[in-house]
Design a protein around this ligand. Structure first.
Ligand code: HEC
Length: 207
């Protein structure tokens, strides 16, 4: 989107203005190219908004099939945009595009239920092993006094230092570290898919 603006739309605009100032007729292709790139950007706005907000929804960006989810988000965003573009042009409303977009979202929701942990389904789970795992891999950040200089308190107020803390945050731990790979963040600390499977089994077996 930025490339479209800086490499085509703005330079073409400058050429058109320069031509007009010089009393020449601007090349009509300059305007056509700019219009085409601006249409591309128009169709990309909704997917970009979705991706910016998805940081808060780990099942969208940190589940097993996140890259396919993005493809469906691109399609659904463009389809919704198409509906509004056509409507604003006062043409017949293309309801089909909203229906296909809705189907895309159903597929996205379904895809987001897969976790890398699924390949390591575990039968019974040992709570103590999960407490130990979480305390070992999460508590350097999620502590009353985190072990990082630039962290003034536990991120989002979530403390994971004792089994009681872990039980209290069980559902969030399940979503952030079991069903998705949102936590631990980046590549600071590793949590293998097999270890995530232990968290999933522990949460799902809880009474
Ligand atoms: C390197 C530091 C670090 C480690 C290690 C870490 N976290 Fe986090 N955690 C963060 C930060 C930073 C945030 C806040 C993220 C944000 O604001 O979106 C966070 C947020 C969270 C949240 C709240 C998410 C929300 O949006 O409600 C949960 C739950 C969580 N972490 C669980 C865990 C678990 C479980 C582990 C271990 C498997 C873990 N974290 C390991 C830094 C860490």
């Amino acid at each position: 989107m930025t490339g479209n603006v800086f490499f085509v739309i703005i330079p073409n605009q400058k050429k058109v203005v320069a031509d007009l100032l010089a009393g020449k007729t601007p090349d009509p292709n300059l305007g056509k190219q700019a219009k085409q790139r601006s249409t591309h950007n128009n169709y990309l706005t909704l997917p970009v908004l979705f991706l910016m907000l998805s940081r808060h929804n780990p099942l969208a960006f940190a589940s097993q099939w996140n890259w396919i989810i993005i493809a469906f988000v691109l399609a659904a965003g463009a389809l919704i945009r198409h509906f509004f573009n056509t409507m604003h042009a006062h043409k017949a409303r293309p309801w089909w595009s909203l229906i296909v977009a809705a189907v895309c979202f159903v597929v996205i929701i379904w895809l987001s239920t897969f976790s890398p942990a699924d390949a390591f389904k575990q039968g019974n789970s040992d709570s103590d092993a999960v407490y130990e795992l979480v305390m070992e891999r999460c508590s350097m950040c999620h502590a009353a006094e985190p072990g990082w200089d630039d962290m003034s308190g536990p991120p989002k107020g979530i403390v994971l230092e004792t089994p009681e803390d872990i039980e209290r945050q069980a559902q969030l731990i399940y979503l952030q570290a079991g069903r998705s790979t949102a936590m631990p963040p980046g590549s600071v600390i590793e949590l293998e898919a097999e270890e995530r499977a232990r968290i999933v089994a522990w949460y799902e077996d809880r009474p």
